[in-house]
Ligand binder design. Structure first.
Ligand code: BES
Ligand code: ZN
Length: 436
């Protein structure tokens, strides 16, 4: 227990991932090769706790992680400081680590490399290896803009109060940590809410997607009437995180990422109200376990790739309500499909009523990266520049009050979500049969 205590004490003195110190601290010089070995050494030095707090036995054991060579430790062989990987490809190396150490690994990487996360976790070696050698992204376009008849009324119906109410409800769960009971309850609440809202959408159904841990992902499917095998995905993570070790503290996650789930929820509401009936299949996804290595989305995206599903476009909403760089929407430029991202710019211009610009995370910072790695065209819309981000995330300070007490900044994101669903899936009975 002494070693575990030591890590808890060490952590208490460090900024949480993506917290203010991430930018205040000088970034390490990747090109000269940071001491990456210390990361896994510290990881291995920690004993597991004897009693598990909110952690359960399920989700334990070892997992496989891939770490992007250029993404994380830089060129010039710095990756070798991690020890010999179990396998490696041009872009990444593979390691086996205990699953219940992932949060610590994320934290230590942040400390050592000024990165948040920077690794992908998988349940099996096969999945991890498949990712190491994943094919380049397939194109989903051409994307066309001709669905004003449904998008205009839907966009006009977006209400700040609806967004705010979803954020408040989700932030009120003690935590939405992926191994907590309240995290399970939050997932169940989203299922019920989406079920109620989609009652008038044609043949819509809501399913819980179980994983090898407590909290399920949530998927709402509206089957396409003409091209049901072509899928449009809108997603955001439903879990939250804060604190350290196994006794996770209060994690409201109002911005990260109740705000993204609120955007999806509002898009469902206004699309249903506008009588939307898609040609292609539309799926709204609330992912579990994003905060511990994009694990929920990783499972779903790699399963879709294995099953040969045709995903024509993915959009990720992760953090939409903090006005860190003024009004507008920032489109991520890394780990995304450039053509789809350019189309998002057109959708914002046409329907969102705010300006847009681009920014970069610099690493696979959210679930869009899972889809990109599985070969699908993915995009992501963010609340600010990366530098202007909300520094209260991953702490008990990530509340609605911290974002001004309202959901005004999320309104254009909900309009964009409705536009994305309608313009990529197209409405049944409308003439554009070929474009997306
Ligand atoms: N919403 C964040 C990612 C983020 C933070 C984007 C700040 C832009 C600015 C997300 O929930 C998150 O925390 N992701 C993890 C990913 C990791 C576990 C692979 C991260 O960044 O540490
Ligand atoms: Zn987060």
């Amino acid at each position: 227990m002494a070693a575990a205590k030591q890590v808890v004490r060490l952590a208490a003195g460090l900024a949480l991932c993506a917290g203010s110190a991430a930018h205040a601290a000088p970034r390490p010089d990747f090109d000269r090769g940071a001491d990456a070995g210390a990361v896994l050494e510290q990881l291995r030095a920690v004993e597991p706790p004897s009693v598990g707090g909110t952690e359960s036995a399920s989700g334990g054991g070892d997992v496989w992680i891939t770490i992007g060579k250029s993404d994380l430790v830089g060129p010039a062989g710095a990756g070798t400081a991690l020890g010999a990987p179990a396998a490696s490809s041009k872009r990444a190396a593979l390691y086996k680590v205990p699953a219940d150490r992932l949060a610590e690994l994320s934290h230590l990487m942040h400390e050592k490399f000024g990165r948040c996360g920077g690794f992908f976790a998988y349940e099996t070696r096969e999945e991890a290896e498949a990712d190491l050698f994943a094919p380049p992204a397939s194109k989903g376009g051409p994307y066309t803009l001709d669905q004003e008849a449904v998008v205009r009324p839907a966009a006009a119906a977006v209400k700040e109060g609806e967004l705010r109410s979803t954020i408040e409800t989700l932030a009120a769960f003690e935590t939405r940590y992926y191994q907590s009971d309240t995290g399970v309850q939050a997932s169940a609440w989203i299922q019920e809410r989406w079920r109620a809202l989609s009652a008038t959408l044609p043949r819509a159904s809501v399913a819980a997607v179980p994983h090898g841990w407590k909290q399920s992902s949530v998927v709402l499917t509206i089957p396409g009437s003409e091209k049901p095998d072509e899928i449009v995905v809108l997603g955001g993570h439903l879990d939250s995180i804060s604190g350290w070790g196994f006794l996770r503290g209060r994690s409201p996650g109002a911005d990260d990422n109740a705000s993204g789930i609120a955007v999806l929820t509002e898009a469902i509401r206004v699309l249903a109200q506008a009588g939307f009936a898609p040609k292609r299949t539309v799926q709204f996804m609330g992912y579990s376990a994003e905060e511990v290595g994009l694990r929920g989305s990783k499972e779903i995206a790699s399963r879709y790739a294995q099953q040969g599903k045709k995903v024509v476009g993915v959009i990720q909403f992760d953090m939409t309500n903090f006005k860190g760089s003024g009004d507008g929407i920032w489109l991520l430029e890394d780990n995304v499909d450039p053509e789809l991202t350019a189309f998002l710019g057109k959708l914002v211009d046409a329907y969102a009523g705010v300006p847009w610009a681009t920014t970069r995370c610099g690493y696979g910072c959210s679930d869009h990266a899972s889809w990109t790695r599985s070969g699908f065209p993915a995009s992501a819309a963010f609340e600010s520049t990366f530098d202007g981000m909300n520094h209260s995330i991953h702490s008990e300070r990530d509340t609605l009050a911290n974002a001004g007490g309202n959901a005004a900044h999320s309104v254009p994101f909900a309009r964009l979500a409705a536009a994305f669903a309608a313009e990529l899936a197209k409405s049944a009975g409308t003439p554009s049969a070929h474009g997306r």
